[in-house]
Design a protein around this ligand. Structure first.
Ligand code: PMV
Length: 311
């Protein structure tokens, strides 16, 4: 038997613009995770068990486009092993369709568990590349930020199609991750942004440039430990995301509540229109923000420490 896990993630800065070549900053979230277990079974095929979504099925009978089936097949091909004689069990505490990277985390945990099952530890680069193939099936034009931050498990400064740069954060800091309760379909928001960009490239390129500049300033603020500046930059990034057209009433209600409740800055994170809002916190404000956000309608609040390494 073999087991592996992978964390969730949030994008701190730069979502959407990252699809158009601008940088983004993302960090892992260790409070939630996906776990995969692979067991030998005396049968010819592969059984896939995903109790979270109430499913148990034969790999050969998987639905067209099933992401678990896709990662099992891709990983077995990569490992040069036949997908046969095993049960693949997957369980995740990462909320689905909330911009927390649940799809990429499930893929990475599964690929790693399969690697271990066949006696090989996949590198972060291998696991990331395999998960990226699955992301492409679902998102069309993913930037690759999700699979990268989750596979490496550390804060990343990311530019599409470039080797990612790890970077140092001068201090640990805290973020509240507040769920709007509204699912966020990255495929839909990315597609809408693409159409809007096609209709008015000049305006969108300028918005993406401004987001890209914020990301560069945010990297400096993170390296210098300037948390107040980081908060301002989050607010500026949120304003630009509103102009890009991926915010929503629910997002803005939580953003405002967080700011009024003492957060240093707040913005949507991920695809938008729903999903999660992130709020930057002073350590002293950690205790009270959960209440503030819950009262403003958050379906769930996770308070996470952002550090360089796995806690
Ligand atoms: O919703 P998420 O966190 O999977 O975020 C997608 C981030 C986007 O920049 C909107 C898309 C991408 O592929 O980077």
């Amino acid at each position: 038997m073999s087991e592996a896990s992978a964390p969730g993630k949030i994008i701190l800065f730069g979502e959407h613009a990252v699809v158009y070549g601008r940088p983004a900053i993302a960090v892992p979230v260790w409070q939630v995770s996906a776990r995969a277990r692979v067991e030998a079974a005396g049968r010819r095929g592969v059984i896939v068990e995903a109790p979270d979504i109430g499913r148990r099925y034969e790999l050969d009978r998987a639905r067209q486009g099933d992401p678990l089936a896709a990662i099992i097949r891709l990983a077995c091909t990569h490992l040069e092993r036949a997908p046969a004689g095993m049960v693949v069990h997957v369980h995740s505490t990462i909320p689905v369709a909330r911009g927390l990277g649940s799809g990429a985390a499930v893929s990475i945990a599964t690929a790693r568990a399969l690697g271990l099952f066949f006696g090989r530890e996949l590198s972060a680069e291998e696991a990331s590349a395999l998960a990226y193939e699955v992301e492409k099936l679902h998102h069309g034009t993913p930037s690759g930020v999700d699979n990268t931050v989750i596979a490496y498990g550390q804060p990343i400064f990311f530019i599409k199609d470039k080797p990612f740069e790890p970077f140092r954060t001068a201090l640990p800091f805290w973020v509240a991750i507040a769920d709007t309760g509204v699912p966020s379909s990255t495929r839909i928001t990315v597609g809408d942004v693409r159409r809007a960009w096609e209709a008015d490239r000049r305006r969108y390129e300028e918005l993406f440039d401004r987001i890209g500049q914020i990301v560069l300033h945010a990297r400096d603020a993170l390296e210098q430990g300037d948390i107040a500046r980081l908060g301002e930059l989050m607010n500026e990034n949120q304003t630009l995301l509103e102009q890009v057209g991926v915010s929503s009433r629910e997002i803005e209600r939580l953003v405002e509540a967080a700011r009024n409740g003492g957060a240093l800055g707040a913005k949507l994170s991920g695809g938008g229109r729903g999903g999660n809002v992130i709020a930057l916190l002073d350590e002293a404000k950690r205790g009270q923000i959960e209440d503030v956000l819950a009262k403003a309608g958050a379906a769930k609040v996770i308070v996470s420490e952002v550090t360089e390494k796995r806690p």
